[in-house]
Design a binder for this molecule. Structure first.
Ligand SMILES: C[S@@+](CC[C@H](N)C(=O)[O-])C[C@H]1O[C@@H](n2cnc3c(N)ncnc32)[C@H](O)[C@@H]1O
Length: 222
Protein backbone atom coordinates (compact mmCIF):
# COMPACT_ATOMS: atom_id res chain seq x y z
CA UNK A 1 0.00 0.00 0.00
CA UNK A 2 1.36 3.44 -0.86
CA UNK A 3 1.69 5.94 1.95
CA UNK A 4 -1.03 8.14 0.47
CA UNK A 5 -3.43 5.13 0.33
CA UNK A 6 -2.66 4.48 4.01
CA UNK A 7 -3.32 8.14 4.80
CA UNK A 8 -6.59 8.01 2.86
CA UNK A 9 -7.67 4.86 4.76
CA UNK A 10 -6.80 6.52 8.10
CA UNK A 11 -8.84 9.65 7.36
CA UNK A 12 -11.75 7.57 6.04
CA UNK A 13 -11.72 5.51 9.25
CA UNK A 14 -11.76 8.69 11.37
CA UNK A 15 -14.31 10.71 9.42
CA UNK A 16 -16.59 8.46 7.37
CA UNK A 17 -18.90 6.20 9.35
CA UNK A 18 -19.54 2.69 7.97
CA UNK A 19 -22.41 2.97 5.51
CA UNK A 20 -24.18 -0.23 4.47
CA UNK A 21 -26.14 1.45 1.67
CA UNK A 22 -23.00 2.77 -0.03
CA UNK A 23 -21.11 -0.51 0.52
CA UNK A 24 -24.02 -2.51 -0.90
CA UNK A 25 -24.21 -0.16 -3.89
CA UNK A 26 -20.54 -0.81 -4.65
CA UNK A 27 -20.97 -4.56 -4.11
CA UNK A 28 -24.03 -4.70 -6.39
CA UNK A 29 -22.20 -2.71 -9.07
CA UNK A 30 -19.22 -5.08 -8.92
CA UNK A 31 -21.50 -8.14 -8.98
CA UNK A 32 -23.19 -6.77 -12.09
CA UNK A 33 -19.80 -6.45 -13.79
CA UNK A 34 -19.57 -2.66 -13.78
CA UNK A 35 -15.98 -1.36 -13.93
CA UNK A 36 -14.47 -0.04 -10.65
CA UNK A 37 -14.32 3.57 -11.82
CA UNK A 38 -16.57 5.37 -9.38
CA UNK A 39 -15.34 8.19 -7.21
CA UNK A 40 -13.94 7.09 -3.85
CA UNK A 41 -15.53 7.77 -0.43
CA UNK A 42 -13.57 10.93 0.44
CA UNK A 43 -14.57 12.44 -2.91
CA UNK A 44 -18.21 11.51 -2.30
CA UNK A 45 -18.02 13.22 1.08
CA UNK A 46 -16.40 16.27 -0.55
CA UNK A 47 -19.18 16.53 -3.14
CA UNK A 48 -21.78 16.16 -0.40
CA UNK A 49 -20.20 18.90 1.72
CA UNK A 50 -20.00 21.14 -1.35
CA UNK A 51 -23.65 20.54 -2.27
CA UNK A 52 -24.80 21.21 1.28
CA UNK A 53 -22.60 24.29 1.66
CA UNK A 54 -24.26 25.97 -1.32
CA UNK A 55 -27.73 24.74 -0.33
CA UNK A 56 -28.10 22.87 -3.62
CA UNK A 57 -31.72 21.98 -4.36
CA UNK A 58 -31.18 20.84 -7.95
CA UNK A 59 -28.20 18.72 -8.95
CA UNK A 60 -27.20 17.49 -12.41
CA UNK A 61 -24.80 14.58 -12.82
CA UNK A 62 -23.21 13.46 -16.09
CA UNK A 63 -22.07 9.82 -15.80
CA UNK A 64 -24.02 7.61 -13.37
CA UNK A 65 -22.33 4.19 -13.51
CA UNK A 66 -23.90 2.29 -10.56
CA UNK A 67 -25.11 5.44 -8.82
CA UNK A 68 -22.41 5.62 -6.12
CA UNK A 69 -21.70 9.35 -6.57
CA UNK A 70 -25.42 9.85 -7.21
CA UNK A 71 -26.22 8.55 -3.71
CA UNK A 72 -23.64 10.83 -2.09
CA UNK A 73 -25.05 13.84 -3.96
CA UNK A 74 -28.75 13.00 -3.62
CA UNK A 75 -28.33 12.63 0.13
CA UNK A 76 -27.20 16.28 0.25
CA UNK A 77 -30.54 17.50 -1.10
CA UNK A 78 -33.12 19.11 1.16
CA UNK A 79 -36.77 17.96 1.12
CA UNK A 80 -38.20 18.71 -2.31
CA UNK A 81 -34.75 18.64 -3.96
CA UNK A 82 -34.10 16.85 -7.24
CA UNK A 83 -31.18 15.18 -8.98
CA UNK A 84 -30.97 14.19 -12.66
CA UNK A 85 -28.17 11.83 -13.70
CA UNK A 86 -27.28 11.10 -17.35
CA UNK A 87 -26.08 7.61 -18.34
CA UNK A 88 -25.59 6.13 -21.79
CA UNK A 89 -25.63 2.47 -20.74
CA UNK A 90 -29.04 0.93 -19.98
CA UNK A 91 -27.26 -1.78 -17.95
CA UNK A 92 -25.45 0.76 -15.78
CA UNK A 93 -28.67 2.73 -15.37
CA UNK A 94 -30.57 -0.33 -14.23
CA UNK A 95 -27.92 -1.15 -11.58
CA UNK A 96 -27.97 2.51 -10.49
CA UNK A 97 -31.76 2.58 -10.21
CA UNK A 98 -31.70 -0.53 -8.01
CA UNK A 99 -28.99 1.03 -5.83
CA UNK A 100 -30.96 4.28 -5.57
CA UNK A 101 -34.09 2.33 -4.63
CA UNK A 102 -32.18 0.53 -1.84
CA UNK A 103 -30.95 3.94 -0.68
CA UNK A 104 -34.53 5.23 -0.56
CA UNK A 105 -33.72 7.87 -3.19
CA UNK A 106 -35.83 6.78 -6.18
CA UNK A 107 -38.25 9.66 -5.74
CA UNK A 108 -35.40 12.17 -5.58
CA UNK A 109 -32.89 10.97 -8.18
CA UNK A 110 -33.80 10.23 -11.80
CA UNK A 111 -31.43 8.37 -14.13
CA UNK A 112 -31.95 9.39 -17.77
CA UNK A 113 -30.64 6.86 -20.30
CA UNK A 114 -29.04 8.08 -23.52
CA UNK A 115 -26.01 10.00 -24.75
CA UNK A 116 -25.51 12.81 -22.23
CA UNK A 117 -25.07 15.34 -25.04
CA UNK A 118 -28.66 14.62 -26.17
CA UNK A 119 -30.07 14.69 -22.63
CA UNK A 120 -28.28 17.97 -21.90
CA UNK A 121 -29.49 19.50 -25.19
CA UNK A 122 -33.08 18.63 -24.18
CA UNK A 123 -32.55 20.13 -20.73
CA UNK A 124 -31.07 23.32 -22.25
CA UNK A 125 -34.01 23.64 -24.59
CA UNK A 126 -36.45 23.11 -21.68
CA UNK A 127 -34.54 25.62 -19.58
CA UNK A 128 -34.61 28.22 -22.34
CA UNK A 129 -38.35 27.65 -22.76
CA UNK A 130 -38.81 28.17 -19.01
CA UNK A 131 -39.78 24.54 -18.38
CA UNK A 132 -36.68 23.72 -16.26
CA UNK A 133 -35.22 25.59 -13.30
CA UNK A 134 -31.44 26.13 -13.27
CA UNK A 135 -29.21 23.59 -11.54
CA UNK A 136 -27.22 24.56 -8.44
CA UNK A 137 -24.49 21.94 -8.78
CA UNK A 138 -23.27 19.99 -11.82
CA UNK A 139 -20.94 16.99 -11.51
CA UNK A 140 -19.33 15.88 -14.80
CA UNK A 141 -17.84 12.37 -14.78
CA UNK A 142 -18.60 10.59 -18.07
CA UNK A 143 -16.69 10.16 -21.36
CA UNK A 144 -13.76 12.54 -21.06
CA UNK A 145 -13.49 13.57 -24.75
CA UNK A 146 -16.92 15.23 -24.39
CA UNK A 147 -16.00 17.25 -21.29
CA UNK A 148 -16.16 20.62 -23.08
CA UNK A 149 -19.60 19.83 -24.55
CA UNK A 150 -20.89 19.00 -21.08
CA UNK A 151 -19.26 22.08 -19.56
CA UNK A 152 -20.87 24.43 -22.10
CA UNK A 153 -24.28 22.84 -21.50
CA UNK A 154 -23.76 23.09 -17.74
CA UNK A 155 -23.15 26.85 -18.05
CA UNK A 156 -26.39 27.23 -20.00
CA UNK A 157 -28.22 25.31 -17.26
CA UNK A 158 -26.69 27.37 -14.47
CA UNK A 159 -27.51 30.43 -12.41
CA UNK A 160 -25.01 32.81 -10.80
CA UNK A 161 -23.46 30.79 -7.99
CA UNK A 162 -23.84 27.37 -9.62
CA UNK A 163 -20.85 25.14 -8.94
CA UNK A 164 -19.51 22.81 -11.64
CA UNK A 165 -17.14 19.95 -10.74
CA UNK A 166 -15.34 17.84 -13.36
CA UNK A 167 -13.56 14.63 -12.31
CA UNK A 168 -10.34 13.10 -13.64
CA UNK A 169 -8.66 16.20 -15.05
CA UNK A 170 -5.11 15.25 -14.01
CA UNK A 171 -4.97 11.57 -15.04
CA UNK A 172 -1.66 10.84 -13.35
CA UNK A 173 -0.10 13.69 -15.26
CA UNK A 174 -0.97 12.10 -18.62
CA UNK A 175 -2.53 15.41 -19.67
CA UNK A 176 0.99 16.67 -20.38
CA UNK A 177 1.95 13.65 -22.54
CA UNK A 178 3.01 14.45 -26.07
CA UNK A 179 0.98 13.50 -28.01
CA UNK A 180 -1.94 13.46 -25.51
CA UNK A 181 -4.40 10.55 -25.59
CA UNK A 182 -8.09 11.28 -26.43
CA UNK A 183 -9.06 11.58 -22.75
CA UNK A 184 -6.30 14.13 -22.19
CA UNK A 185 -7.39 16.03 -25.30
CA UNK A 186 -10.82 16.11 -23.63
CA UNK A 187 -9.22 17.74 -20.58
CA UNK A 188 -7.36 20.26 -22.79
CA UNK A 189 -10.63 21.14 -24.57
CA UNK A 190 -12.37 21.47 -21.21
CA UNK A 191 -9.74 23.82 -19.81
CA UNK A 192 -9.78 25.90 -23.01
CA UNK A 193 -13.58 26.15 -22.76
CA UNK A 194 -13.43 27.14 -19.08
CA UNK A 195 -10.75 29.77 -19.73
CA UNK A 196 -12.77 31.20 -22.63
CA UNK A 197 -16.02 31.44 -20.63
CA UNK A 198 -16.17 34.84 -18.92
CA UNK A 199 -18.91 33.64 -16.53
CA UNK A 200 -16.61 31.03 -14.96
CA UNK A 201 -13.99 31.27 -12.22
CA UNK A 202 -12.20 27.95 -11.78
CA UNK A 203 -9.33 26.03 -10.27
CA UNK A 204 -8.00 22.47 -10.20
CA UNK A 205 -7.37 20.49 -7.02
CA UNK A 206 -4.88 17.68 -7.59
CA UNK A 207 -5.50 14.60 -5.44
CA UNK A 208 -3.71 11.39 -4.52
CA UNK A 209 -5.62 8.36 -3.27
CA UNK A 210 -6.01 4.63 -3.70
CA UNK A 211 -7.11 5.68 -7.20
CA UNK A 212 -3.67 7.20 -7.71
CA UNK A 213 -2.92 10.76 -8.81
CA UNK A 214 -5.81 12.72 -10.30
CA UNK A 215 -7.85 15.84 -9.70
CA UNK A 216 -11.11 17.78 -9.77
CA UNK A 217 -11.74 20.96 -11.73
CA UNK A 218 -14.05 23.13 -9.63
CA UNK A 219 -15.73 26.17 -11.18
CA UNK A 220 -18.31 28.70 -10.09
CA UNK A 221 -20.63 30.56 -12.45
CA UNK A 222 -20.60 34.36 -11.94
C1 LIG B 1 -16.62 7.20 -14.43
S1 LIG B 1 -18.18 6.50 -14.68
C2 LIG B 1 -19.22 7.44 -13.61
C3 LIG B 1 -18.93 7.16 -12.17
C4 LIG B 1 -19.94 7.76 -11.23
N1 LIG B 1 -20.01 9.20 -11.40
C5 LIG B 1 -19.52 7.47 -9.80
O1 LIG B 1 -18.55 8.08 -9.34
O2 LIG B 1 -20.15 6.61 -9.16
C6 LIG B 1 -18.63 7.10 -16.26
C7 LIG B 1 -20.01 6.70 -16.70
O3 LIG B 1 -20.33 7.53 -17.83
C8 LIG B 1 -21.05 6.76 -18.76
N2 LIG B 1 -20.92 7.36 -20.09
C9 LIG B 1 -19.91 7.21 -20.99
N3 LIG B 1 -20.17 7.90 -22.10
C10 LIG B 1 -21.35 8.52 -21.90
C11 LIG B 1 -22.14 9.38 -22.70
N4 LIG B 1 -21.78 9.74 -23.94
N5 LIG B 1 -23.32 9.81 -22.20
C12 LIG B 1 -23.71 9.45 -20.94
N6 LIG B 1 -22.98 8.64 -20.15
C13 LIG B 1 -21.83 8.18 -20.62
C14 LIG B 1 -20.41 5.38 -18.66
O4 LIG B 1 -21.30 4.38 -19.17
C15 LIG B 1 -20.14 5.27 -17.17
O5 LIG B 1 -21.22 4.63 -16.52
Amino acid sequence: MTQWSAVEAWFDAQLLPADDVLSEAQAASAAAGLPPISIYPAQGAFLQVLARSIGARRILEVGTLGGYSTIWLARALPAGGRLISCEISPDHASVARANLARAGLSAVAEVVVGPAADTLARLVSDREAGREEPFDLVFIDADKPSNAVYLRAAVRLARPGTVIVVDNVVRQGEILADPPDPNSVGVHDLVTAVAAEPRLSATVLQTVSSKKWDGFLVAIVD
